[in-house]
Design a protein. Sequence first.
Lengths: 119, 115
Amino acid sequence: EAGVAQSPRYKIIEKRQSVAFWCNPISGHATLYWYQQILGQGPKLLIQFQNNGVVDDSQLPKDRFSAERLKGVDSTLKIQPAKLEDSAVYLCASSMLISRASSFTDTQYFGPGTRLTVL
Amino acid sequence: TQLLEQSPQFLSIQEGENLTVYCNSSSVFSSLQWYRQEPGEGPVLLVTVVTGGEVKKLKRLTFQFGDARKDSSLHITAAQPGDTGLYLCAGPAMNSGGSNYKLTFGKGTLLTVNP
């Protein structure tokens, strides 16, 4: 079974530029997540989709970040304009089920991430 | 806000040694997950614990969920270089809007096992 694919793997941009990341989840997975992982920290959820609808974007900086999941499969995450503090690894994950219960037992499968450096 | 604190932050040991890393919170979690993240890769789920006092074993790795469900530990026996990586614990926390449980991660323990 193919894993979660992400591209590009690395991106270097200057502040105020825009950048886009792409994610292809595992086939058949209804739920897709974008996480931001700053160096020395654990992943932080930015946005969660179920099929092509947004379940949770409470931690997405909506003034500069946007994401979409067209046709409920692939997803793109965009930053415009980028700031220095956006330097991080952006991880995409997918899972079969959505778990809104407090007992979180879903298995999330992560892609390799995109390492963004903002100069 | 439910926070997960992991300790130690860094650990460097020799092959064959045993080690324990910890995940603690002041809040009760209904379940906790442990992930391992290797350099340049995404986290991979190792185990989910859901019952207070539960112990799960995965080869040389032993996971324990505290009786009060506020803490968890990961013990590795006879560590090998292949165990090198960032070990993350994660648990469900309600989002700020109260509409969804999301995984909240600790900062992780970076383990290096030297040959």
